[in-house]
Design a protein around this ligand. Sequence first.
Ligand code: CA
Length: 615
Amino acid sequence: MFKKVILFFIILLSSNVSAQIERVEPAFWWVGMKNTQLQLLIHGNEICNRKVEIQYPGIRILKVNRACSPNYLFVTLDLDPKITKAGKFDIQLSQPEKPIITVNYELKKRRNDSEKRLGFSSADVIYLLMPDRFANGDSTNDNVESQPEKVDRKNSSGRHGGDLKGMQEHLDYIKELGATAIWSTPLLENNYTKYTYHGYAISDYYKIDPRFGSNDDYVKFVAASHQKGLKVIMDMVSNHCGIWAWWMSDLPFEDWIHQFPEYTQTNHKANTIKDIHASKIDKDLFLNGWFDKSMPDMNQQNQYFWTYFIQNSIWWIENADLDGIRMDTYPYNDRDAMAQWAKAITDEYPNFNIMGETWLFSPQDIAFWQKDAVNALHYNSNLPTVMDFILQRALTTCFNEHGKPWEDLGMNRLYNTISNDYLYANINDLLIFSENHDTQRYNFLLNGDLAKFKMAMSFLMTTRGIPQIYYGSEIGMTGNKDKGDGDIRRDFPGGWPGDSMNAFSAKGRTPIQNERFDFLSKLLNWRKNKTVIHTGLLTQYVPDNDIYVYFRYNEKEKIMVIINNNETDQILKTDRYAESLENITTGTDVMTGKKFDLKTDISILKQTALILELQ
Ligand code: CA
């Protein structure tokens, strides 16, 4: 049925569109890239038989390929790095007895030291936000003519109007909180009738959704973030596009997407792709089935699509000056293609960082996806950062329960999770978090308990990895995923004109919100320059009586973290930690400034974490 629908669209398009070029993608490129090849997708009515010519010093046409649809040409160029200079030139498309079509193309000069850009790392704390739900800086773009879904704040699954301007206006807030990087859920166009606010059904990979702003607005947002010392991570989606993606009406190739006689959904069973016992039907269904009715599954094995996508990622890094990429639904993609993608990016930008969404259920499942992981399949993903969903799962319950050393409960959950670090190729490149835009709100799980929140954040900011916090957590925003995703993605109070409170300023926050915000802000700002936390070694002790103790240390510094998960004050016998304490006699708590004499046993208040800088 899908094929028939697509064929119908092709006929419609062929009969109505005049002989002009509708798209050339990427719209421009740069000289001086490490990879000297460039594939141009040219889309225009019946252009497939045209001859392609370019006269420009250093540019050679390597290949011109037709697609299945007559309305495409894929032109591969080689740009001689010694000869090709930045500038504009004409691409001429000719055919006997037809007027010549001329496309003007630009090769730009790269930014200074573009290839040396430094990606996010364990020295950063990432602030994850959803642009539609964070702040509405421009109500004139809430509804745009080209997009059928209009603003409706009463609908929790609808668009609420947040945008890039709103994000840019509150950079100081994020900076004050102490985060150093922003990960925003996707900003590219999602042209569809409903449920477009989340951004994961992209209809144009080269265009910011006009309800968020323009491509230029995004470039300006990144520049403004950089001015404030904040890095920007772009959320990308290679597994699926939106059902109204521009190419769905005229697919270049039949296998540009995975097609089935009738709607076929993925089985969501990521284990199949490394299961040596997996059946082919299960494996194929996982990889090729659609994520959702509105999200066609892209075929990463189609070399034209995959080159298109790799270039698209590099185009956004170079054009918007990005510091990182977060890639959606990582295991759902063809795994060799993903390895090629990650390698192409890190070849071009060796110090860049990419994190993949690895929402899997065991540490070995997650470790498999990290660059240089040792596994029996000899697979190397080239993906630097994976998401520690195991630690996230431990955090969802560990402060609501207590456990003995032989149980996986309470503080033992944290200890047990960290004890599996031998599986990971790089423990500093693990994204660590208590919640994100797809999970239960953490404050909901903690029932708003401030003491538990403080313990959790003290842990996240001092253990190994790259901490990520989810917008609104810092003011106690809550929500129940069981009521739908909209409930865990509520509007940030103060982000909309006329909001009854404004949590972006201390004055607008309640005393309890300020306590939460101030605690986190102090902790994050302290963490900024603590190399010992970013990259130091970690020694942990088996939790005794639900008190978890670990040390972070390097040649210069040593930090002792003590988390008392009990509902009563406890005495900690310090002599048990002699191998880490050595001759250290005093520790100063980062949050309160209180000094502790470590030569004797110390008293730890109920449900508190101490972060002691040791002297
Ligand atoms: Ca708006």
